[in-house]
Write a protein that binds this ligand. Structure first.
Ligand code: ADP
Ligand code: TRP
Length: 320
């Protein structure tokens, strides 16, 4: 089985990225060969500061390694190190209907948030389809907001195969339902664009401050509370085991458990979960040659695969 996924280096990574995408992607390394990349070309649709893009691209690769990605089990690389993908994007573009892209929520959401309307933003799903199809993905682990893009990829691949013969494998999106949407500190979907996120590699002070700012309702301390309605509990649940979850839920239901205490308990859980990742990250920062080697080997592996798929697509279309 082939597993492909990417993450944009458009800022520092947060718990939503980790739980929704990185953790399942890392776990999937036990199930097949993985191709994971830092999608810097996608990030260009929203990031215009070159040094920030460069810095965040490398930081995201190190974050992935610190979170437990095993570079011996699969390729980790930077999207732009595989030129065949952008060439494949053009071949796919010529069979991608405007209507298919016009229906994409992500494009409409970004326009609504004030992102500049460019051709690249509109064509974003076609580049993503090329990313996925170039490595013959069977499965694509992503958060729920990316599901539609994987469906678009399937449409494009099936249309191509119908028109030109069987070139592409048809991928499946893999969404983990329990963590499909990680809430942010305001209760909406955690996202750096809402600035409601908890960074994976923020300082202890910032992490605590963010958690203490989680928005809660005005139920008095002594009253019983429904844990499912509370963002503090909803985040706690994602990083705790069954006993810890049940214990916290009981405290909510019994009453006499205030939101301040719940937040403190959440911080302790988050921090003991993050601390080992921070330690591993600090070690990786001291080994730039190791990181370079991982990304170089990953890109070589990815190029070999993407070049072969691109060759097949070109031959099928008559541009060989
Ligand atoms: P952001 O919304 O912060 O810009 P991205 O859109 O770059 O995050 O998401 C990167 C990956 O992380 C995607 O696979 C996305 O589905 C996943 N992801 C991001 N935020 C969340 C969230 N709150 N819950 C679950 N998955 C998420
Ligand atoms: N668009 C994805 C995101 O914002 C990142 C991405 C780019 C991706 N190419 C991909 C994810 C291919 C999965 C497969 O999160």
């Amino acid at each position: 089985m082939r597993i492909v996924s990417g993450i944009q280096p458009s800022g520092r990574l947060h718990l939503g990225n980790y739980l929704g995408m990185m953790r399942p992607a890392i776990a999937a390394q036990n199930e097949g060969e993985t191709f994971y990349f830092i999608a810097n070309y996608h990030a260009l649709t929203t990031v215009s500061d070159p040094s920030a893009l460069r810095r965040n691209t490398r930081a995201a690769a190190i974050d992935f390694l610190a979170c437990g990605l095993n570079p011996d089990r699969g390729a980790l690389f930077v999207q732009s190190d595989v030129p065949a993908v952008t060439e494949l994007t053009w071949l796919l573009s010529v069979i991608t209907g405007m209507g298919l892209l016009e229906r994409c929520h992500s494009y409409k959401d970004k326009l609504a948030k004030g992102v500049a309307s460019t051709h690249a933003l509109f064509a974003y799903p076609v580049l993503m389809a090329a990313d996925i199809l170039a490595y013959r993905a069977d499965s694509v682990p992503v958060g729920r907001d990316q599901k539609q893009h994987v469906e678009v990829t399937r449409d494009i691949a099936m249309r191509f195969n119908n028109l030109f013969g069987d070139v592409f494998a048809i991928p499946q999106p893999v969404i983990r339902d329990d963590v499909a949407v990680v809430p942010g500190i305001d209760g909406q979907k955690m996202s750096k664009s809402y600035n409601n996120h908890i960074e994976l590699f923020g300082t202890e002070k910032d992490t605590r401050a963010r958690i203490m700012r989680i928005v809660t309702d005005s139920t008095p301390l002594e009253a019983p509370k429904d844990p499912e309605q509370c963002t503090v509990f909803r985040i706690f649940r994602l990083i705790s085991d069954d006993d810890q979850i049940e214990e916290m839920a009981e405290r909510y239901r019994n009453g006499g458990f205030g939101y301040g205490a719940a937040k403190k308990q959440l911080f302790d859980a988050v921090w003991s979960f993050l601390e080992p990742l921070h330690r591993r990250r600090a070690e990786l920062e001291k080994e730039p040659d190791f990181v370079d080697g991982v990304l170089r080997r990953g890109a070589e592996r990815a190029r070999a695969e993407a070049d072969s798929v691109l060759g097949a697509a070109r031959r099928a279309m008559g541009v060989d």
